[in-house]
Design a protein around this ligand. Structure first.
Ligand code: F0G
Length: 366
């Protein structure tokens, strides 16, 4: 590996750490913002909620450089794009991919076009695309329309597509599974995560399988994906023409990696399930207020799913049949500050009080 900037031991990202498992060579320029190496946080409260002596860990991907897991795949996709001499990136996005692509394009010194469903991108994410200097093109359509257009524009040869249909994205994202195994000493029993376009569930499974093949682990987890109830094409096994959910990141009706996700669920003896918007928002609040981890709504789908599986006793999707002392990892995918709107609506603006200790004390007591 050689770097386009001065190489430093600090701030190295997933390519430096896992290059032997990635499609890179000494000829690949390293475009990194120090992504990966995210916290795997043990949660006593969630563990207690599951019971059976299980341990629950939260993999907090919101602390990546642009605030989501997309950066893991983007460092590889953009480094490879640079190796091939690309001049411009393009992607469709519900917000996080565009934020990440824009940042890595800026780092690489190339241009970036992001095609977005108009009015459906969380404020913080749209702001990121502008801040990093991407050309944002809103369309009158949803994410699935945007991806269709991007696929066609990719064929012109003028752009490198950096959606997860680009295999370099999946390769980079599988490093999250490597980190979990490296930290726990083996793969967990269950891995829960939100599913939108289904790239991430595909990537995690690839990572777990590769580590097993290289004898870095002795087993594979059951992969359990959660879709929002109003945007659940894989769960219902049909395209959803007008997907709708408060979790705008996973508002997708025709996922690109649909077949791969189905295969993951079968091969891992896992499942795909749905969670309601209310349950997503409740899980988001709980995680922030009881664990100190503030995530965007889509990310809370894995936690909402954990609760659903704890509380369901008769349906197939249930932890009732869980093996005792299992380890469960829940990935939370993006930072809460990206999507302030839902919280702002619930925020009660309090009136300022006089600048005295007495008045502040009185306000605290209210
Ligand atoms: N969580 C967040 C915060 C996301 O942004 C996404 C996808 C997902 C979960 C689902 O991951 O698509 O790999 O199944 N966001 C994409 C985007 C679609 O454009 O930012 P997936």
């Amino acid at each position: 590996m050689h770097s386009t900037t001065t190489k430093s031991q600090r701030g190295g990202g997933v390519i430096e750490r896992y290059q032997e498992f990635l499609p890179v060579s000494p000829a690949t320029p390293l475009i990194s913002l120090g992504e990966g190496n995210t916290p795997l946080i043990y949660s006593p409260r969630l563990s207690e909620r599951v019971g059976y002596g299980c341990e629950v860990f939260v993999k907090n991907e919101g602390v990546n450089p642009t605030g989501s897991f997309k950066d893991r795949g983007m460092t590889v996709a953009v480094s490879k794009a640079m190796e091939r001499g690309t001049k411009a990136l393009i992607c469709a996005s519900t917000g996080n991919t565009s934020a990440s692509a824009a940042a890595y394009a800026a780092r690489a010194g190339i241009s970036c076009v992001v095609v977005l469903p108009a009015g459906k991108i969380a404020t913080g994410k749209l702001l990121q695309a502008f801040a990093y200097g991407a050309k944002a093109v809103p369309i009158d359509g949803n994410f699935d329309d945007a991806l269709r257009i991007v696929r066609e524009l990719g064929e012109t040869g003028d752009f490198t597509i950096v959606n997860s249909i680009n295999p370099d994205r999946i390769a980079g994202q599988k490093t999250a599974a490597f980190e979990i195994v490296d930290e726990l000493g083996d793969a967990p029993g269950f891995h829960l995560l939100p599913v939108g376009n289904a790239g991430n569930i595909t990537a995690y499974w690839a990572g777990y399988q590769e580590y097993l093949a290289f004898k870095r682990s002795t087993r594979l987890p059951s992969m359990i994906g959660f879709q929002a109830a109003g945007a659940a094409p894989i769960f219902h096994d049909r395209i959803i023409e007008k997907p709708d959910t408060v979790a705008s990141a996973i508002r997708i009706g025709n996922p690109a990696s649909w077949q791969q996700a189905r295969a993951v669920i079968v091969e891992s003896h896992g499942a795909i399930d749905v969670v309601s918007d209310n349950d997503i928002l409740a899980a988001q609040s709980l995680l922030a207020q009881h664990e100190g981890i503030f995530v965007e709504p889509a990310s809370a789908a894995s936690i909402a799913g954990l609760f659903k599986w704890c509380d369901t006793d008769d349906a197939a999707p249930s932890f009732q049949k869980i093996r005792e002392n299992s380890r469960i990892v829940c990935t939370v995918t993006g930072h809460g500050l990206k999507d302030p709107d839902a919280i702002i609506r619930r925020m009660k603006e309090s009136k300022p009080v006089a600048a005295t200790v007495k008045d502040v004390l009185r306000a605290i007591e209210l």
